[in-house]
Design a protein around this ligand. Sequence first.
Ligand code: NCD
Length: 320
Amino acid sequence: MSRNLLSAADLSAPEAQIILDSAEQMYAIQSRQVKKLPTLRGRTVVNLFFEDSTRTRSSFEIAGKWLSADVINISAKGSSVSKGESLRDTALTVAAMGVDALVVRHATSGAVQRITEWVDCSVVNAGDGTHEHPTQALLDAFSLRRRIGDLAGRHVVIVGDLTHSRVARSNVLLLHTLGADVTLVAPPTLMPAGVASWNCATSWDLDATLSGEVNGVVDAVMMLRVQRERMSGGYFPTEREYAISYGLNPRRLKLLPKDAPILHPGPMNRGLEISSAAADGDRSIVLDQVKSGVAVRMSVLYHLLAGVDQPAPVLEEVSP
Ligand code: NCD
């Protein structure tokens, strides 16, 4: 594995499996009383977030801390970015303090890749514009695998605002690498340009897809947020109409096989893309996705900083 994780396409199938397998060990730590491993003691991880985040930033912070790394958070609000400092100057300044890994979120697609051209430390893409969010795809695969087993040959349906979704793009890449079949469902206005060249099927008909009429029986469905902040209007007539046509409402839930898990990366717009019946029901694995996120990010930080060829991390506890 290279020293950076910018795209889900950076990972070969064996590399993705190694990250997911190590995450399995990390996941077990969450039920221990002392959630601390000495693995990254003396290493420094900086979360550099130029865009809002609740779960991704705290998840990386907890992951780094549980591995005993020193973790610092910098957000654009409250930093010199608000004084007009350039992305390059901010990145070089932070890197000059001797950090081992920069975890970066930015509103511009490609911004995280640019940073790798300026700094020598590891860089992890925590979401760049509408481009990619590889650790989200890894945690989705991890959480899904825990629920339905090996993903090879399984059919995952991803529904919603695909045009603005970095989560969808990373998921299509990783699920394909892991051998799953993906169907993307959205209204024509929210289907990404160039989707014909992606490794997946597409449909505008959610009812038919969930019923298995489009691409076979559905093994899991992932609902995506309608990203109002990235829209300049006009993608669908009204929110009510969107909810009726593309929301996972109680009527539509009945079309989905009874054992098919429901995913959502969060934050959720309840009543728009997902009903509370779907978000809070037995099939929802939304909170397990959050839990899995910490384990997967521990695994990613471990493999980037210690190398993928290293033996599995020593999981002895730090004394309390
Ligand atoms: C996603 C993101 O920020 O890309 N959320 C997340 O990281 N859990 C999806 C979204 O914002 O809708």
